[in-house]
Design a protein around this ligand. Structure first.
Ligand code: B12
Ligand code: SF4
Length: 461
């Protein structure tokens, strides 16, 4: 059967989506035809999407959505339903956290919860053979005025049984002939329970349904890299596993074999203080890893431990960064501002910690409470949520906290990198300032026009 997958990524491009890539691979392995429509701009592309549906004539549509994109996902489903009588299903992080959306949004025929490969294949098979699909595991459906809530099937025990994710459906791979930086993911799940992250909820819903943290074999990981390289040229890649260093035995085997096989390939990955030691770092470096990324999130230990449930100290962070640097690895820190309990002082502490560890790169995001997560619930119960989910992860807060104003949170997020870099890398700080000014101008059409005009005028002169 022909299946159309849709990836809304409005103001938030993600280049590829492993979940949809796996679903497409599984469908193709089972002789279905899958195509993808990537939606970056609703108004500009909605006509194109409707045209695509007419031309491709799918028997079913699957839309993936995270919480930020969900308002767009609903709009897309509504527009499809207005024009075609096709079954439309939504899956991804948001429907896993909040399957109840099926009750509110009538444009969805069903939602998929958790891992989608088997559930979606089963749906497609049943729809193709015109069978009743209302008992498919991992799905909630609307039937008449009722919601059918099916159970979750156990987690896929052996990830090696899955085909490699299908990159060929993404523009980034078929349009881009230049150098690419592909992303890979070799494991699923994380054993930690940080209150702001979705993992503890995914783990909870899958309680007693198999091992939550699973790895593909090292050989399968290396084979995927090899095959991807044969198809798409690259010499650097990113590993998106939540914590690449979690399973030391796996890591050391990967590093040893990778080094043997790919002498000219380099990469970056995520690690966690307390889940990486000196031996792990040395092996990462020897194998070709150039950059390690670490979530420190806040410089205040109380907030980190009590509010975020991240149990490592500032000293653990400082030690990991300094060891990594001695070994020759570049470092990257993830930071958040605007978490419940945040004050001017705690933001200052986060900046101070970054000034000590001096990362080569930083990400600073405004905290965003996801539905049903422990911290999301605290925000709802305390009446902190001013607005519901929006596409505003990086810069705008949707919270009204008693300890700090919205203006201060957003200003801190804007100025954070400049302030930190200024203490140890003036060039980077100035580049950051320039980037911000450019962004400010681009966001204002009149200023943008004037800037372009003057640039041209000065050049001619
Ligand atoms: C890799 C990754 C990325 C990659 C890849 C992008 C992507 N969207 O997958 C990159 C680095 C680009 C990225 C970016 C972002 N990410 Co991210 N990312 C992850 C991570 C670590 C792994 C996801 C993954 O690949 N898992 C493996 C695959 C196989 O699983 P999956 O994607 O969940 O898909 C399965 C099911 O969900 C389901 N499914 C998914 N889609 C569909 C669609 C249909 C039709 C069906 C039937 C089923 C289905 O079936 C799939 C196969 O089993 C997760 C954390 C996590 N543990 O899930 C966060 C996570 C998904 N990311 C998150 C966030 C917030 C972001 C950003 C907004 C961050 C930012 N600052 O910009 C951006 C958004 C970009 C975008 N437009 O999507 C959040 C989402 C929270 C939420 N409630 O929505 C997560 C859950 C992390 C967290 N904070 O808890 N991310
Ligand atoms: S360590 Fe990272 S991936 Fe794991 S629960 Fe915490 S934030 Fe989520």
């Amino acid at each position: 059967m022909r299946v159309l997958l849709i990836l809304p990524q409005i103001n938030s491009p993600c280049l590829w989506h492993p979940g949809l890539a796996y679903i497409s691979a599984v469908l193709k392995e089972n002789n279905h035809q899958a195509e993808l429509f990537e939606m970056d701009d609703y108004d500009r592309q909605i006509g194109g999407l409707l045209g695509k549906i007419k031309e491709f004539s799918p028997g079913i549509i699957g839309i993936s959505s995270n919480s930020h994109q969900f308002s767009h996902t609903k709009k897309i489903a509504q527009e499809i339903k207005k024009n075609y009588s096709l079954p439309v299903f939504a899956g991804g992080a948001h429907t896993t956290l909040r399957p109840e959306v099926i009750k509110e949004e009538k444009s969805f025929d069903g939602v998929i919860i958790g891992e989608g490969e088997r559930a979606f294949l089963s749906l497609v098979n049943k729809i193709e053979s015109k069978e009743d699909y209302s008992a498919v595991d991992n799905c909630w459906f609307r039937k008449g005025g009722q919601i059918i809530k099916n159970k979750l099937a156990p987690l896929i025990e052996d990830l090696n049984t899955l085909p490699f994710p299908d990159r060929s459906i993404f523009r980034y791979f078929y349009e881009n002939k230049e150098k690419r930086t592909p992303r890979f993911i070799f494991s699923r799940g994380c054993p930690f329970e940080c209150t702001y992250c979705c993992n503890h909820i995914f783990k909870k819903i899958y309680h007693n349904l198999g091992r939550y943290v699973r790895w593909r074999s090292v050989d399968s990981a290396l084979r995927e890299i090899e095959l991807t390289r044969e198809k798409y040229y690259f010499n650097y890649f990113k590993v998106d596993d939540d914590i690449f260093s979690l399973n030391k035995q796996w890591l050391l085997e990967f590093c040893g074999k990778f080094q043997e096989k790919f002498k000219d390939l380099t990469y970056e990955c995520n690690v966690r203080p307390g889940a990486i030691d000196e031996e792990g770092l040395v092996n990462l470096k020897k194998s070709g890893c150039r950059l390690i990324k670490i979530g420190i999130e806040t410089g205040n230990e109380d907030l980190r431990k009590k509010v975020l449930n991240r149990n490592f100290s500032n000293q653990d962070i400082i030690d990991t960064f300094s060891r990594a640097k001695k070994i020759g690895l570049k470092t990257f820190s993830f930071n958040m501002v605007g978490i419940p309990g945040e004050t001017r002082e705690t933001i200052r502490e986060t900046m101070e910690l970054n000034k000590i560890i001096k990362p080569a790169f930083m990400q600073v995001t405004v905290f965003y409470p996801y539905p049903n997560t422990a911290l999301g619930e605290i925000c709802s119960k305390n009446g902190y949520m001013e607005r519901d989910f929006e596409n505003s992860y990086m810069e705008k807060t949707i919270l009204k906290l008693p300890t700090i104003s919205k203006k201060e949170i957003e200003k801190a997020a804007r100025d954070f990198k400049f302030n930190v870099y200024w203490s140890y890398d003036k060039k980077k700080a100035l580049a950051e300032k320039k980037r911000r000014i450019k962004k400010f101008i681009i966001a204002r059409p009149l200023l943008h026009f004037l800037a372009k005009f003057f640039k041209k005028f000065i050049k001619i002169k």
